[in-house]
Design a protein around this ligand. Structure first.
Ligand code: TXA
Ligand code: MG
Length: 304
């Protein structure tokens, strides 16, 4: 049974007891277990139906924790300090043998920016967490979807602010000679390049030999068909629309800019499925620094 509360001490106690806790972050909700507890971490795979070779991101409450749990090449220090806490995860060689890492010698690690979540993480210790959703489904940004999905399989839901970004963190691999962008997010490759001039950006992330184990799996995809909106008539009752215009459709969300678009994207997918929509149309985003993350997620949903 899912216990729902805003009590960070209780949430940390659940983590220490080897239980699963859903917690809010600025990107999407996470489904976490203690990174020191292998059997608790393995339960996450069961609950999500996630392939066992897809590693989790370790969430910590302080920037110092990154340096304590992972080896950081001094040339990446400024980069990490500049973007943390924030919606970005770093792949780094792991320093502590006992840290759960799905058998890998590297870990993904990040400091979420929500203060309350940081306080929870300081009490709970490192928390390994993928996004809180069933494997292959869109990540969740709203509490009612969490309850529907996990009420019988997760122990605790920590209440706090709802995610404000709406798509998952940017993932940068800093464990190799050259830094590689594994997943774009609100923080774009352009911004990262100001710090890491030699950042490698795989042209089509999903077509490459998987760099990040998670990249090879169907991701972020609703059951309905997803298409870019190219001016089709949507008056057909079965279709939905997310974009900048006011288009008559069975279900639509009108957004004012790319950040608003990002924030609404996954709820749009989830609501379209709930309403039995056949095709969910997504406008092309405005061309700015936030378009990269949006295009990546919509194209993954189209390609499923
Ligand atoms: O915003 C986010 O990143 C959210 C919140 C909860 O923090 N988490 C999230 O986790 O999206 P997840 O598991 O859905 O995505 C993490 C991605 C996966 O593609 C995974 O393969 C990759 O990060 N990853 C984690 N550890 C890795 C490692 N050691 N090497 C390569 N990729 C790794
Ligand atoms: Mg995920």
């Amino acid at each position: 049974m899912l216990e729902i509360s805003g009590d960070i001490e209780k949430a940390a106690y659940f983590i220490k007891q080897g239980k699963l806790v859903i917690f809010p972050t600025e990107t999407v909700y996470g489904l976490g277990a203690s990174s020191w507890n292998e059997s608790a971490c393995l339960k996450i795979y069961e609950v999500k139906g996630r392939p066992k070779d897809n590693p989790f991101i370790i969430h910590v409450g302080r920037i110092e924790d990154i340096f304590e749990l992972a080896f950081v090449n001094p040339r990446y220090e400024n980069f990490i300090l500049n973007f943390s806490p924030g919606p970005i995860s770093f792949i780094l060689p792991k320093r502590k043998k006992k840290l759960f890492s799905s058998g890998l010698s590297t870990i993904g690690i990040r400091v979420p920016s929500f203060r309350k979540t940081q306080e929870f993480l300081k009490l709970a210790g490192p928390v390994s967490a993928p996004s809180a959703n069933l494997s292959g489904k869109p990540s969740i940004t709203k509490i009612n979807y969490l309850i529907e999905t996990f009420q019988n399989t997760v122990d605790f839901l920590l209440l706090g602010d709802e995610p404000e970004i709406g798509i998952e963190s940017t993932v940068v691999d800093l464990s190799k000679d050259i830094p590689v962008l594994l997943r774009p997010g609100k923080i774009s490759s352009q911004e990262i390049k100001k710090f890491l001039h030699n950042l490698e950006i795989p042209s089509k992330l999903e077509n490459l030999t998987p760099l990040s184990p998670g990249v090879k799996y169907k991701h972020y995809a609703p059951d309905c068909i997803v298409k870019w909106y190219e001016g089709e008539s949507l008056s057909l009752l079965e279709n939905s629309y997310l974009g900048f215009s006011n288009i008559p459709s069975a279900y639509s969300i009108q957004v004012k800019d790319n950040l608003d678009y990002m924030k609404n994207l996954y709820s749009f997918f989830i609501e379209s499925d709930k309403r039995g929509i056949k095709i969910a149309y997504c406008d092309k985003p405005i061309s700015d620094g936030f378009a990269e993350g949006i295009v990546n997620r919509v194209e993954k949903a189209i390609a499923k």
